[in-house]
Write a protein that binds this ligand. Structure first.
Ligand code: HEC
Ligand code: HEC
Length: 382
């Protein structure tokens, strides 16, 4: 997706908030946390992508942008930077995209037994208009190697997964120290699309086995992401709803990003691990791919020193699978264990970097930090 495609963040409008309240009432009190609102309940003009939660709906938009290299504002009205309402207005490209969704659904249904074998990316490959004539340059040059697209073939030379984990634990400071780490609190700066790449303060709270809260103090107000060990939410005024529950692959992903700091939990989280090697920026890495039945795989990349440098996870959406990549760097010693001070997340809908300046290990964390956050108030200052 092109840079700055989201342009300035769009505010959660009054109408969206009203819709949400309506949903909460319709669900009754007991249903509040159980069923996330569906896209058609929150948005105004959803004709095809009905019956999916809002986080998954936003990931389908990420797929569209990634597959066609179009910006959000190319398919939607170009002056929609201050309100989500304008996203409901139809444009010729939006209508074409709907036609394309119907076509893709029909192909998958009739030709691939309903499996999403064909996605927008299959034809478009990042081009607004798919190419018709084959490229001789592509045909005669070395294939572009993307370590995120690994294929794991049986390899007698690959070390067993246990050995890669053991080396990771060793590199972090050894089993005893790693086992002692049960939580940490961090401070630093965060920059991302939603902050217009400005660096703003961030706080992170992480607790074993798998809880994580990140509070970004953006200019438009606090942007809060919580995974409480089971459920997850984003409360941020730049999202289309003031409290967006995480579902499906986003929920699994939030769990993984909390668990990643506790290697023994991580190892147990997948029923099968397979090993291969790849390279990231010309550096050789060992790749562990974890799988569980009926879930997309997860790839972990370890550098020569044994440290985890990348995590790639996937979200299955109504229009196909989309990737999220988190790169970890700047490992420093904190109380005997190494922790990464720089985390860069890249997904189809944006990129963000957290650069930590201070990490305190095993500090007590009030359990309220991991509770469901309050819905984000309307944005400040716009
Ligand atoms: C290739 C064109 C395309 C791109 C690029 C695209 N969208 Fe969409 N968007 C659509 C279509 C089509 C719909 C309607 C879906 C339907 O009818 O089921 C839609 C609907 C929406 C809606 C619901 C609006 C409403 O109230 O009905 C939102 C919000 C939205 N898009 C946000 C985004 C964001 C944010 C991005 C950038 C990450 C984006 N879109 C990129 C085509 C696109
Ligand atoms: C089977 C191949 C194929 C798939 C799959 C496919 N497209 Fe297309 N798409 C095309 C072709 C071919 C064109 C160009 C038609 C033309 O040149 O006028 C096109 C054109 C478009 C355009 C209009 C571009 C323009 O500038 O007019 C949009 C938007 C688009 N596709 C979106 C999507 C989306 C979103 C998906 C996934 C839901 C998708 N396409 C899946 C083949 C495909």
């Amino acid at each position: 997706m092109k840079f700055g495609s989201r342009q300035r963040f769009v505010s959660a409008t009054a109408s969206v908030t009203v819709c949400l309240f309506a949903v909460a009432i319709a669900n009754g009190q007991a249903g509040q946390a159980q069923r996330p609102p569906m896209a058609e309940e929150v948005f105004k003009n959803v004709q095809i992508l009905k019956g999916i939660p809002v986080d998954e709906f936003m990931d389908t938009m990420g797929m569209f942008a990634a597959a066609t290299s179009l910006n959000c504002t190319s398919c939607h009205a170009s002056d929609n930077t201050t309100t989500w309402d304008k996203f409901a207005v139809d444009t010729p490209l939006k209508q074409t995209a709907r036609r394309m969704m119907n076509m893709v659904n029909a192909i998958n249904k009739t030709q691939f037994k309903g499996v999403r074998s064909v996605t927008c990316y299959t034809c478009h490959h990042g081009d607004q208009r798919p190419k018709i004539v084959p490229s001789l340059i592509v045909q005669y040059s070395a294939p572009l190697e993307d370590p995120n697209e690994i294929e794991i073939l049986p390899n007698a030379k690959a070390p067993p997964a246990d050995e890669v984990f053991a080396k990771y634990i060793q590199a972090l400071g050894g089993a005893a120290r790693v086992g002692n780490l049960t939580s940490f609190v961090a401070k630093g700066t965060y920059s991302g699309y939603e902050t217009d790449l400005a660096r703003v303060p961030v706080e992170v709270y992480v607790k074993a086995p798998a809880q994580r809260t990140m509070v970004v103090h953006a200019l438009f107000g606090d942007s809060v992401r919580v995974f409480d060990g089971q459920a997850g939410w984003v409360a941020s005024a730049d999202k289309p709803m003031p409290l967006m529950p995480l579902t499906g692959g986003n929920l699994e992903g939030a769990k993984l990003e909390a668990m990643v700091f506790f290697p023994s939990q991580l190892k147990q989280a997948f029923s099968q691990w397979r090993v291969t090697s790849a390279s990231i920026d010309d550096r050789e890495v060992q790749v562990l791919q974890g799988t569980n039945p009926r879930q997309p795989p997860v790839n972990l990349y370890f550098d020569q020193s044994g440290l985890l440098v990348r995590l790639v996870r996937f979200v299955d959406t109504a229009v196909g699978r989309v990737p999220t990549q988190v790169d970890y760097a700047d490992y420093r010693d904190v109380g005997g264990t190494k922790l990464p001070f720089k985390w860069t997340a890249t997904w189809t809908d944006g990129q963000s970097t957290a650069e930590l300046t201070e990490i305190q290990t095993n500090a007590p964390i009030d359990s309220a930090k991991f509770a469901r956050p309050a819905p984000a108030p309307p944005p400040k200052g716009d």
